[in-house]
Design a protein around this ligand. Structure first.
Ligand code: NAP
Length: 552
């Protein structure tokens, strides 16, 4: 294994030879650096931002908050980190989460391993030497046996190409690239495009500050209240008391949005559902809704009651019936586009300074120097906010020119949609790992624990390779095809494909319509079985046996 690269960090990357290059310093990348260093590998991190945190570094728009409860949206593997960090709110805000990532990086002494402000431009597998050559946008060139892509599923912003946008002379913001310096909307006329999770969080906050807020909505979303609140001592005590059970449950957890009972469960009576949803609505948060009944995401009749319930809440909250109707999602099932979680979102439309523009009735025709023109109206604006989401799951992987065996590009390999084995590896791209990649639970559920599982899997795999002197690992084409088919079959048995969501890539023009996350139960079990069955579906290259023998 290559000598430690720690002392070289901070200098130019050129000439660095290490065991592993980790791309990205969000929660997945930070844990990968820590874990792989812990098992004795020399590691080097490359990060485009000037700091750690990944998506939580960039998404600092007003109202940005995680909708997984903070006590769970934390590293589960370290009792020390857990003891030394105390979350303040049921749902942590962006700043607190970013501070947690910084705290973890400092506490684990990871910063010296990371080259910040550095984007990976290209990664090429050198077949002769069985090493990756990683090239950066700063002209750096590193060599590594393994590349771990910890680039995140929600990291490449999507900015739609609306005619005239370049002419707009006011400020333009994107929720996923929010400026570091404070942004004041005081006394200004603001337009916001997009009503997904980011828009739904930002809209109530911007409305409080702006003189006027115009919301340009294409598709209304289902949203449930967060009911965020400060955590009490009792909350912490009760979490600590249940910690062992929680950690054990994670160990056995099979992730999966859709439980095996989903297809055989009884249809609960409408009244019982309604009562249960009312309770969940008062408690707040999305987790309860998504597993309210085992068949909520597979049975159209059961799902429709949940959809009706939310529409009823919208009608009760929004005073203007026309606005309430425009805000009510119709024509696609509940919970199969990412369920939004809000604070006072629907109530915000009762404010006199907020106007909803239904783009289905009056699409945007053009943006000009000071205005947005729809098919029906002209809106003079001082600033525009794009809350238009991401090129999700595959965007950051395909943003790097990745070349595997025979110079084949990942872009070509995925031209008809991503293909992976377990969402972790790609046929023809040896020793390349994709943390929370397509075909894994990925962006579903708690992404931090999803990342942890992948990092642990990679560490175990590399340990196995070292033990047996194996140089390369890559999945067999047949195993990959079968896994891809399974991922699609599971999704097709649910209501998920019935909505035009970013899970399917349809928000990006030209992106193949493929359901990207694995939503079945049994992911961890399958991964463990494959390992126990001598890494079924993988081929290992054995050149390292000779390499090691020669070195000894
Ligand atoms: P998103 O869910 O993809 O929403 C993008 C919004 O922009 C949609 O309303 C979309 O409308 C609209 N849009 C896109 N292109 C448009 C165009 N050309 N004209 C008009 N409208 C356009 O993106 P997001 O809100 O950033 O959220 C993405 C994901 O990030 C979430 O689903 C979630 O996983 C994560 N996130 C989580 C949190 C949290 O934890 N609370 C917060 C923010 C984000 P259509 O629906 O019609 O395409």
């Amino acid at each position: 294994m290559a000598a430690s690269v720690e002392k070289q960090a901070g200098a130019s990357e050129t000439g660095v030879e290490c065991d592993v290059v980790v791309v990205g310093a969000g929660f997945g990348g930070l844990y990968a650096l820590h874990k792989l260093r812990e098992i004795g590998l020399s590691v080097r991190g490359l990060e485009a931002a000037p700091d750690v945190g990944g998506t939580w570094y960039w998404n600092r728009y007003p109202g940005a908050r995680c909708d997984v409860p903070s006590l769970f949206y934390s590293y589960s593997w370290s009792p020390e980190l857990r003891r030394e960090w105390r979350w303040t709110n049921r749902y942590a805000g962006q700043e607190e989460i970013l501070n947690y990532a910084r705290f973890a990086a400092d506490r684990l002494d990871l910063r010296k391993l990371i080259q910040f402000d550095t984007k990976v431009a290209r990664a090429t597998f050198d077949e002769k030497n069985e090493r990756w050559i990683v090239e950066t946008d700063r002209g750096g060139r590193l060599g590594a046996r393994f590349v771990v892509m910890a680039t995140g599923g929600l990291s490449v912003p999507n900015t739609p190409d609306i005619p005239g946008v370049a002419d707009f002379e006011g400020a333009i913001y994107h929720t996923a690239r929010w400026p570091q310096e404070p942004v004041s909307f005081e006394g200004k006329r603001i337009g916001i495009i997009g009503t997904g999770s980011s828009g739904i969080q930002a809209i109530p906050m911007i409305a409080q500050a702006a003189k006027q807020l115009v919301v340009f909505q294409r598709t209304p979303n289902f949203s449930v209240p967060a009911r965020n609140r400060p955590l009490t001592d009792e909350d912490h005590e009760s979490f600590d008391a249940g910690l062992d059970a929680y950690l054990a449950s994670l160990e056995q957890s099979d992730f999966g949005r859709v439980p095996p009972t989903a297809f055989t469960a009884d249809v609960p009576p409408r009244d019982a559902q309604w009562k249960h949803y009312e309770k969940l609505w008062q408690e707040g948060g999305s987790g309860g809704f998504l597993k309210a009944f085992p068949n909520i995401l597979v049975h159209p009749g059961v799902n429709e009651v949940a959809a009706d319930f939310v529409r009823q809440k919208i009608r009760e909250t929004v005073k203007d019936p026309k606005t309430a109707a425009a805000l009510s999602p119709e024509g696609y099932p509940f919970g199969v586009k990412r369920l939004c979680v809000d604070t006072d979102y629907f109530d915000t439309y009762n404010r006199p300074n907020v106007e909803l523009v239904n783009l289905r009735d009056e699409p945007i025709e053009k943006i000009s120097v000071h205005a947005v023109d729809t098919a029906a109206r002209h809106f003079e604006l001082d600033a525009l906010v794009f809350a238009t989401g991401f090129d999700a799951v595959t965007g950051a992987l395909l943003a790097v020119d990745i070349r595997g065996r025979d110079g084949a590009t990942l872009k070509d390999a995925w031209s008809e949609g991503p293909q992976t084995y377990l969402g972790l590896t790609v046929a023809g791209f040896p020793n390349l790992f994709t943390i929370t990649g397509p075909g894994s639970p990925s962006v579903i559920g708690n992404v931090i624990t999803n990342c942890e599982y992948h990092v642990d899997w990679i560490a175990e795999c590399v340990t196995h390779m070292r033990r047996y002197g194996l140089a390369t690992i890559e999945p067999d084409e047949e195993a990959q095809v079968a896994w891809g088919r399974h991922v699609a079959e599971v999704a097709d048995r649910t209501l998920f494909p019935k909505a035009n969501s970013w899970y399917l890539g349809v928000n990006i023009p030209g992106k193949p319509r493929v359901f990207m996350p694995y939503i079945g139960e049994g992911y961890r079990t399958t991964c463990k079985e494959i390992v126990a069955d001598n890494y079924r579906g993988f081929t290992f290259g054995e050149a390292a046996v000779r390499e090691q023998a020669a070195a000894e």
